[in-house]
Design a protein around this ligand. Structure first.
Ligand code: HEC
Length: 108
């Protein structure tokens, strides 16, 4: 039941997402560690994240990196939990998702 409610909340939230705002959230909170020009950085380039992950996975990671890192295949958690509200998390995830139109999950 909890899972259904969470999925529903996230779905409703993403319906109203604002990609432009997400870009600002990215520039202010993620850009120091994640780049979008494939030139490296401490965290993965968001083009790769966009290709590999769903919007919901991205939201889950940003919401609680310390709870997600093992599931995402990392040995350690270097990414801090950032002081963002639900709307900022939704918008930045939407922005990252928009970077790559074609996704890994489309290949079958
Ligand atoms: C202090 C540096 C730092 C900041 C700031 C940061 N990250 Fe990260 N991020 C990392 C590192 C390092 C990882 C690799 C795993 C870990 O250590 O948690 C990561 C992993 C991720 C992942 C999982 C990537 C994958 O597919 O494996 C996502 C999604 C992510 N970050 C999103 C964000 C978003 C969105 C922001 C801004 C709101 C942000 N990060 C800010 C350092 C950072």
């Amino acid at each position: 039941m909890k899972k259904i409610l969470l999925t529903l909340t996230i779905t409703i939230l993403t319906l109203n997402a604002d990609i432009e705002n997400g870009k600002d959230v990215y520039a202010q909170n993620c850009g120091n560690c994640h780049r979008i020009d494939m030139k490296g950085g401490m965290g993965k380039d968001f083009n790769i994240v966009s290709y590999n992950r769903t919007k919901w996975e991205i939201m889950a990671y940003v919401t609680a990196p310390q709870a997600m890192y093992e599931q995402f295949g990392y040995d350690a958690n270097a990414m801090p939990k950032l002081p963002l509200n639900d709307e900022q998390i939704r918008d930045v995830s939407e922005y990252i998702d928009s970077l790559q139109k074609f996704k890994k999950w489309m290949i079958k």
